[in-house]
Design a binder for this molecule. Sequence first.
Ligand code: CA
Length: 404
Amino acid sequence: MNIQIDSNSHFTIYNLPFGIFSTPAKHKRAGVAIGNYIIDLSVLFEHSFFEDKIHSNIFNQDSLNDFIALGKDIWSFVRKKIQDLLIEDSDFYKVNHDKFLFLQSEATMYLPVKIGDYTDFYSSEEHASNVGKMFRPTMDPLLPNWKHMPIAYHGRSSSIISTNQNIKRPYGQVLKGEDVVYSPCNTLDIEIELGFIIGKSNNLGEPIDIKNANEHVFGAVLLNDFSARDIQRWEYQPLGPFLGKNFATAISPWIVTMEALQQFYTEAPTQTQTVLPYLIEEKRLNFDIEISFEIETAKQNKATVAVTNSKYLYWTMEQQIAHHTVNGCNLRVGDLLGTGTISGKEKTSFGSLLELTWNGKESINIGDEQRTFLLDGDTTILSAVCKKGDKQLGFGEVRNLIIS
Ligand code: CA
């Protein structure tokens, strides 16, 4: 290896995630993270590093969409070239590394893609059951359709942000006793999710077969679906989430590719209800990604509030894509699919404050402070790692400060 990498680094040679960054001296462009560094792909292009496979400097742009649209063979080619560059002893590396390596600590990160459409699923059985138990205590926790299809709603892409962007506490209509009042949200929450970035479009009217669904995904990000529970509770019937959800959704700035994640597949939970043929998979797989949620307060107290894992999801990524397109709906390069809140069975693995505090009934300790929902001055931090044997990779962080 040409670069020294800390043993606990998220950005190992097995990872090589793609993102958009800037430095004080130069505007936004595409990069790959390695150790504490970013490799500037636009500089590599200028040095003809990608031979004749890539014809224009698509890396010298403020989004990865044009690169992603080139397709899977090019993603693999670029990844392999960078792996070789980092591993092999070469004159190219010795002569040029000062020009294409930048310290992450000196860079600013941005949204990695222009997101056309954003869909948020509801794929965790534990999460859906917890919500059912809280709000429909006398009924079956799952609604009758839940085990027949991955439930979802169309979200909003204009308010998707990345790390280090502040969240302004939303105002809206809430119920106060019997009265309807205009108020700041008093129950501001997070939702721990994984997001998938679409890498290959399908034509309108042509569903994606579940067997090929995997090929339509470029990579994954961490997703924090900020939620205003009091606004949501009053507005959601009969059409579902609206202003309680569309004020901010944060994603991590580095996209970990499907190619990197292949190494971390694990068996998905067995489904207990027969599903229609278009949702049947020969082998049901999820990613074994451990996702942590921390809160850091204005008084600098910090605690890990929950640790969950995407392997718990009842509906897989492939089922989500097959269902999303079964009616002919077209997904486009750069679209974002959220898995929905990921909760495990244990209380410490619940993926929202709503569940962790059981709708505000039990508080969480953060140093000498207590929380039920988020206060102004709190910073939310999602991070995630995958480990298998001596191989490790991570997603970095998505960190957001709550302001008034
Ligand atoms: Ca959600």
